[in-house]
Design a protein around this ligand. Structure first.
Ligand code: MLT
Length: 410
């Protein structure tokens, strides 16, 4: 007799974006002629940078000849990509990260979801609220939580409210936690922590023997100088933090899949006997056992974003999306809707007009405006009454969506 992992039964029926897609396709079935504008899931719409396309074509040709063909690559990633990442995002910025502290993967969603495997099952977990649902859901699956309570919180999880009242800078946990997830720029609020704010979290982690799991998937969108691009800009972070980065939002790799995780060898955690172990070695063991590396062709495409022309193309795409963000932000303001984010991140977090609950606003917007967004409560109980719009749409649709939202009566 096979038994299931009953932790899965604690989770709500479907993953947030699967539920959004289900509702939209149901609506479309009943309203086949509806002209729906999708600003829900944060999926890019611009094509890959030409530099990546050229590099991938070349890599495909290499695969066609025995002398240049590649089979299994290093599980941790090819040195050419590791070195490009290291130079561009760390060494050139004065951050000392070694090549064997960088693990190339098929995207940071998988890494953010899988990282919890290297921690003890009874580890305590803190998440900011609202936040990217993968952190919580994967810890529920792993049995680190109790059940879902009526107020939308899982038993045994420390939720750190992030809202307009605290300027989207959640208070530090009052208690000790073992694992602490931070997303900066934050998905879904599009807000950030300054250097001095992030320093408080690093100091907390150092004082409490906590590991920070820092998701910087949107780092490329930061425009303000006081927002750290990497947690390793903060003194002491190399002892307590793991960082996740992605090519998805940076360079349009959502479908192509490439990301990386940085685990300095100085980040350690305890075994039951009190001995300390580097998490880098544990992750390396897991990575080699469960993962066979990202495709060579994809890694060549990712490497190409660090060339001069690649950087110019990436910058252009990011500017395009951030202009969308400005259009949404200002359009909402003109319509009298309170909104946050959209300065250092491609997400706009709006307060639902008329005090509507997040899913009610979702339904109303879909039904009367034919615009899809993401209900805030899907990112955590503190997201109730909020709604997320993405700036990743195309310009015309973004402008049309703002116009439609402005015309709605609540
Ligand atoms: C989002 O919309 O929050 C993201 O696209 C989801 C993801 O990156 O997996």
């Amino acid at each position: 007799m096979a038994y299931i992992n009953e932790n899965y039964l604690k989770l709500p029926g479907s993953y947030l974006f699967a539920e959004v897609a289900r509702r939209v396709s149901e609506y479309k079935k009943n309203h086949p002629s509806a002209d729906i504008i999708r600003l829900g899931i944060g999926d890019v719409t611009l094509p890959l940078p030409q530099a990546s396309i050229d590099a991938m074509h070349k890599a495909v040709d290499e695969m066609a000849h025995a002398e240049t063909f590649r089979g299994y690559g290093p599980e941790q990633g090819y040195p050419f990509l590791i070195e490009a990442v290291r130079k561009h995002n760390y060494t050139d910025r004065g951050l000392d990260i070694a090549a064997d502290e960088i693990f190339i993967s098929d995207g940071s969603k998988s890494d953010c979801g899988n990282i919890q495997e290297i921690f003890a099952e009874n580890s305590t977990v803190a998440i900011t609220d609202p936040v990217y649902p993968v952190y919580l859901d994967t810890n529920v699956m792993a049995g680190r939580t109790g059940t879902l309570k009526e107020d939308g919180h899982f038993e045994g999880v420390v939720y750190l409210a992030s809202n307009a009242e605290n300027n989207f800078c959640p208070a530090l946990p009052k208690e000790h936690v073992d694992m602490l997830y931070l997303c900066c720029p934050n998905n879904p609020t599009g807000t950030t922590l300054s250097h001095s704010e992030l320093k408080k979290w690093v100091d907390y982690a150092r004082a409490n023997d906590t590991v920070i799991l820092f998701d910087a998937a949107y780092a490329a969108y930061i425009s303000e100088p006081d927002v750290p691009r990497s947690i390793y800009e903060i003194e002491g972070a190399k002892d307590v933090a793991i960082e996740f980065r992605s090519f998805s939002k940076t360079a349009g790799f959502t479908g192509t899949r490439c990301g990386y995780t940085v685990i300095p060898k100085t980040v350690t955690a305890k075994a039951k006997d009190g001995s300390r172990h580097p998490l880098n070695a544990l992750w390396n063991r897991r990575h080699c056992t469960k993962f066979n590396g990202t495709a060579y062709i994809v890694q060549r495409g990712a490497e190409a974003i660090y060339t001069e022309e690649g950087q110019a193309q990436v910058k252009e795409n990011i500017s395009y999306y951030m202009e969308n963000a400005r259009i949404i932000r200002e359009g909402l303001k003109t319509a009298g809707i309170t909104a946050f984010g959209g300065i250092n991140a491609p997400y706009i977090w709006l307060k639902t007009p008329g005090g509507l609950k997040s899913w009610d606003f979702f339904d109303k917007l879909l039904d009367t405006g034919n615009v899809v967004g993401t209900p805030g409560v899907g990112f955590g109980p503190c997201g109730e009454g909020y709604f997320r719009l993405t700036a990743f749409g195309d310009r015309e649709n973004t402008e049309r969506a703002v116009e439609r939202i402005s015309k709605l009566k609540f």
